[in-house]
Design a protein around this ligand. Sequence first.
Ligand code: AHM
Ligand code: MG
Length: 334
Amino acid sequence: MHGNVKTLNQFIIERQADFQYASGELSRLLSDIGTASKIINREVNKAGLVNILGDAGTTNVQGEEVKKLDVYANEQLIAALSSGGEVCVMGSEENDDIIEVKFTEGNASYVVLFDPLDGSSNIDVNASIGTIFSIYRRISEGKGAGKLEDCLQKGTQQVAAGYVIYGSSTILVYTTGNGVNGFTLDPSIGEFCLSHPDIKTPKDAKIYSINEGNEAHFPEGVKKYIEYCKVEDKASGRPYSSRYIGSFVADFHRNLLKGGIFIYPPTAKAPNGKLRLLYEANPLAFVAEQAGGKASNGKDRITEIVPSALHQRVPLFIGSENMVKLAEEYLANN
Ligand code: AHM
Ligand code: MG
């Protein structure tokens, strides 16, 4: 403890007994993710200095090759998760195929899927970006590296999930199925400290988040729902506010705390939407549900979709329960 402050690592150990599989493995794994995200945070914070330190692809003043931040973040996570002995296979937005972890001893029983740096087009304009992660138990037999089937589990099988938002402060939010907790990085001591205990999201709210520029390509039900959000109605507090950063973690985090709905619908161009089921939709669906919210593809619960491919996309309606339910009704009736 630092005074009254509880650090992420203290919290993880305290809550270890909540895990279905009592062992220090998952605790170590979560703490490895915390460590990797501190390293990513350090580089993200330097992003504005890129013109001074050198562009991606060039060589910086120390003679090191400057990497794109999403590539760097990916390497940090892979390194942190392969060395601990807890993880047998990984899947990343940056890698076409699964990343097998070959280890010499032990029986690594965890599977981690992640988007190392989501919303990376926002880096150049200093808007928030994030890391998303989703953790499962391995289901394949044997002791070697995990397999694709370990990665293609339904979201309901997640044992932990969360994200790190690199914003005006850096916050790590995660759940192991017993509520949602958020930890803010205190740069002066280099520790994530519990700042948002037991996060609950409002059932009803007044924010809708969608890239409305694509409206012409939205399904009728989504168009009608958006229209509903904009109609004046004192009783329900409409018109609602439109808020969209274009960075999933940042849009999700705001709506989690304030209440709201985030929609990435199917469009004519992208019939399955844009976001990825395994390392974007599922983990944040787990967090949303644990905070009292809801996540759906417009019809079915996100976490009950049986995945068929590592990088598959899914339409997403996520956030305040009653808002997601109403959006689903609009889709069903139009
Ligand atoms: P990326 O994986 O290429 O960074 O794209 C994912 C991002 C999400 O963070 C965000 O929600 C979405 O793309 C925004 O897409 P759009 O620009 O189509 O609104
Ligand atoms: Mg992404």
